[in-house]
Design a protein around this ligand. Structure first.
Ligand SMILES: [Zn+2]
Ligand SMILES: [Zn+2]
Length: 400
């Protein structure tokens, strides 16, 4: 049998199993499952053709109320924009690629959310159930996404906070590389993007997990403190900064009652920041800006659905979280860099070192009008004094 004959045969087999099923789009007699959506051949080919070729239909709007295919009986089965909308509403997707869904001017808002939440779920699932004894650098991860060789967690294996950070950074990098528009960036641009963003993503992801697990502060997935004991020994005098890193962002998420969907969009919008570094190529900046716009548009749309007339102020409040993420990550970068100077023997995982410590630049200076500048200054001074004191401590006696 030829390939099409086999397909037809399979379709007939499927038809026999479901003799009375109607097309979920046009309510005519359905033929087969297409991407798990039962539909007629006409709707299936309409959908494929439209997404692949017809810019005219994709850009056209319904002349009625966008409900031609929702009525009983249908007003008009000829309304192409409504038919496309219905196809998407019942779950048709050409591929699972988010790029396809994002192209549809918000028509596929739910699909975009589903794709993002599936990706986020997989990251969380990996963090809870896997571990890795490998120690790849950022370069190695970018060259081979499977290089961490994740293994299933077995009872008795306990991850340290540091290993958890490594796994978090690794899982998110792999997840972002599943986006073609990220994966196809120049190598140099990808490296810059992950070098500057990994800690931010860990902090925002961790803050949302803190909120969802109803904890008071950021902890590892199994409820352990995120700082190795030695950090308290060194920075004990300026505990406030350590606590801010663990509490401030999740506190803001609670204040704003940020929903899971909003969080998913913020993760993309903040990650795709084209001004994260001047070293990015113009092409990369353009790509990031393009997709940042698309995700922002979808977030605004979500806000409009959820908050109606308060949508734009809600949207503004959500985007303002970016400055909090930046501030907290610059704090954590300070702590990490000072920590490495003070405890050069600490066994940093290479991926964590590449994204927390060896970022190449000092954290950006805080804005002059920010009230918390003195805290940071104090913190620096105190930490520097501690370096003197630490020189007297025998490193090998410290508990990591
Ligand atoms: Zn149909
Ligand atoms: Zn219509």
């Amino acid at each position: 049998m030829s390939a099409t004959a086999i397909e037809q045969h399979e379709e007939l087999e499927e038809e026999k199993e479901k003799p009375n099923t109607i097309c979920l789009v046009c309510k005519d007699r359905g033929v087969a499952n297409f991407n798990k959506v039962f539909s007629c051949a006409a709707c299936k080919s309409f959908f494929t053709r439209t997404l692949r070729q017809s810019k005219r239909i994709k850009d056209s709007v319904c002349k009625k109320q966008w409900d031609c295919f929702d009525q009983e009986p249908p007003f008009s089965r000829k309304c192409a924009p409504c038919r496309l909308k219905k196809c998407i509403d019942v779950g048709m997707l050409l591929t699972s690629k988010i790029e396809e869904a994002l192209k549809l001017r918000g028509l596929a808002l739910n699909q975009v959310i589903i794709i993002l939440s599936k990706k986020d779920y997989r990251i969380q699932e990996k963090l809870m159930t896997h571990y890795s004894v490998r120690d790849p650098t950022l370069d190695q991860v970018l060259a081979d996404r499977d290089c961490a060789k994740l293994e299933k967690m077995t009872p008795g294996i306990k991850m340290t906070a540091h290993e958890w950070a490594y796994l978090d950074v690794y899982s998110r990098i792999v997840s972002y590389l599943e986006f073609d528009f990220i994966n196809f960036l120049e190598y140099k641009d990808k490296k810059i993007l992950f070098t500057y963003n990994s800690m931010r993503m860990l902090l925002l992801g961790g803050a949302m997990r803190t909120v969802r697990e109803k904890r008071a502060m950021l902890m590892t997935p199994d409820g352990e403190d995120v700082y190795p004991e030695v950090v308290y020994q060194l920075f004990g005098g300026c505990k406030q900064v350590l606590m801010e890193i663990c509490c401030e962002l999740s506190g803001k998420l609670i204040d704003l009652q940020v929903t899971y969907e909003e969080y998913l969009f913020l993760m993309q919008i903040f990650f795709l920041n084209p001004s994260i570094s001047d070293q990015l190529s113009d092409k990369a900046k353009a790509t990031l800006a393009e997709f940042q716009d698309k995700f922002s548009y979808h977030l605004l749309l979500y806000c409009q659905h959820t908050y109606q007339q308060h949508a734009s102020s809600r949207y503004g409040n959500l985007l303002s979280l970016m400055t909090v993420v930046d501030r907290i990550s610059s704090r954590l970068q300070c702590v990490s860099m000072l920590f490495q100077v003070m405890v050069p023997t600490f066994p940093f995982k290479k991926l964590v070192a590449d994204t927390f410590v060896n970022i190449g630049t000092l954290p950006p200076p805080l804005q002059a009008d920010e009230v918390s500048v003195p805290v940071q200054q104090e913190f620096f001074n105190e930490a520097m004094q501690n370096i003197e004191a630490v020189n007297d401590v025998k490193m090998e006696q410290m508990e990591y």
